[in-house]
Design a protein around this ligand. Structure first.
Ligand SMILES: Cc1cc2nc3c(=O)[nH]c(=O)nc-3n(C[C@H](O)[C@H](O)[C@H](O)COP(=O)(O)OP(=O)(O)OC[C@H]3O[C@@H](n4cnc5c(N)ncnc54)[C@H](O)[C@@H]3O)c2cc1C
Length: 387
């Protein structure tokens, strides 16, 4: 069995490393940490210029037909550098969905500027009463001639404050079973009646609540069939779970090892303490398993499959182990470990920050419980736990 990604991916990895050296700066990373907004326009547009926003797409759609192994190498490097990629992630999800289910007019209108990095999309699925059970969305869209009138509220509309559009899931028919009365729309976030309120999370990320009051969009902004929104969501969610990243833990591990090598306490280097070595070794093993699970996702995709269960396995492992490992690292640092970077905390405050961010990874993109259900039902053939 050969776990390397291959010569082509190695060459692309080097290209990405050179790009990062030119375009990802410490100032950029400081700004992301300060604002909690994991998006940078200069970086995003530079990725657009390179043709890397949808590098895996076929050439006729503006991509470079990069294979899943090359994409894994690219994502590994960008994440390892801490590059802010939420805007890129959303662009891939919405762009891929439009490419698969949008009209020809929508493809012509939205895809070229999206791939050039001119604008990004926010994802408007979750609501105050529906996150895991996203099909229970209550935001209403009512037809009025050639237009739709939208009223409701979306919770956790991350990047709405930077996005031109929100990809919105709305209820168009309340009289049929919940999965059958939904429709998806592209809604301009500067339309009259849209309000964006910031939400600052425990993990430092900024997200938003978005409110929609009598917001009007033409029927041409509907994606997929009327009441066919669940089919569209099925496509969109596949791209969300396929868009994996794992290097936050790798980056943290490397920086903690550097710190442990260069820091002394009780007369010796921290790296020589047996408990430190055990904790770092355990985390290295967890990160390696996470990487192999991610490579498995790439392999399934490269073999023409849809990595549903495999994506859930990777996400569950990564999120759960990140929580356990950052807790161990925080203990290892001792009292000073709870200081942030700006207060002179060890490892530039990275352990403290990632410890706060780790629980969030068990929530977004489908919570750990939901991932367990997917693995149990689709992977192991156990009975359904949800309706
Ligand atoms: C920082 C952040 C950014 C986000 N960004 C976006 C975004 O851009 N767009 C967007 O639409 N959403 C976004 N989300 C929302 C995210 O997808 C939801 O928070 C997530 O799906 C969980 O939904 P919920 O918060 O409503 O919790 P709930 O669904 O109410 O879950 C509460 C608890 O119950 C458990 N639970 C729920 N149902 C089941 C079940 N059937 N079986 C077992 N356990 C269950 C959950 O695992 C969880 O522990 C974001 C969330 C966060 C925290």
């Amino acid at each position: 069995m050969d776990f390397r990604l291959g010569d082509k991916s190695d060459a692309f990895r080097e290209e990405v490393q050179a790009f990062i050296a030119e375009h990802v700066s410490d100032d950029m990373l400081d700004k992301v940490a300060e604002t909690g907004t994991a998006h940078d326009w200069d970086l995003h547009r530079a990725m657009g210029e390179r043709g890397w926003i949808a590098a895996s797409w076929p050439v006729e759609y503006g991509g470079q037909a990069r294979d899943p192994y090359e994409m894994t190498a690219m994502k590994d490097e960008l994440r390892l550098a801490g590059a802010p990629l939420d805007g890129l992630g959303n662009s891939i999800i919405v762009g891929s969905t439009i490419r698969h289910v949008g009209t020809e007019e929508q493809k012509k209108r939205f895809l070229p500027p999206l791939l050039a990095g001119e604008y990004i999309f926010a994802l408007g699925y979750s609501e105050p009463d529906s996150g895991s059970d996203v099909a229970a969305a209550k935001t209403r869209a009512v037809r009025d001639g050639d237009e739709w009138v939208i009223n409701g509220q979306k919770m956790f509309t991350t990047l709405a404050h930077e996005s031109r559009y929100v990809f919105l899931l709305a209820r168009t028919n309340p009289d049929v079973p919940k999965h059958k009365g939904l429709t998806t729309f592209i809604v301009p976030l500067d339309a009259p009646g849209v309000e964006i309120q910031p939400v600052h999370t425990l993990g430092g990320e900024r997200t938003n609540i978005t409110f929609y009051t009598d917001v009007r969009v033409p029927d041409s902004m509907r994606v997929g069939a009327v009441d066919g929104g669940w089919d569209v969501m099925t496509v969109a969610l596949t791209f969300e779970r396929g868009g994996l990243g794992l290097s936050e833990a790798d980056r943290l591990w490397r920086q903690t090892v550097d710190w442990a090598r260069s820091t002394h306490r009780d007369g010796g280097a921290v790296i020589d303490e047996p408990t430190t070595r055990e904790r770092l070794a355990n985390m290295a093993i967890d990160n390696e398993v996470a990487k192999l699970l991610a490579y498995r996702v790439s392999w399934v995709t490269a073999s023409g499959g849809l990595p549903g269960v495999e994506g859930s396995m990777h996400k569950l492992w990564y999120a759960e182990r990140l929580n356990a490992d950052t807790s161990e690292l925080l203990d290892m640092l001792g009292e000073e470990g709870i200081l942030g970077g700006e207060d002179g905390g060890p490892v530039a405050g990275m352990v403290e920050h990632t410890y706060r961010h780790a629980p969030v990874t068990t929530i977004y993109g489908g919570s750990s419980e939901i991932q367990r259900s997917i693995i149990a039902e689709r992977g192991l053939g156990l009975p359904r736990s949800r309706r």
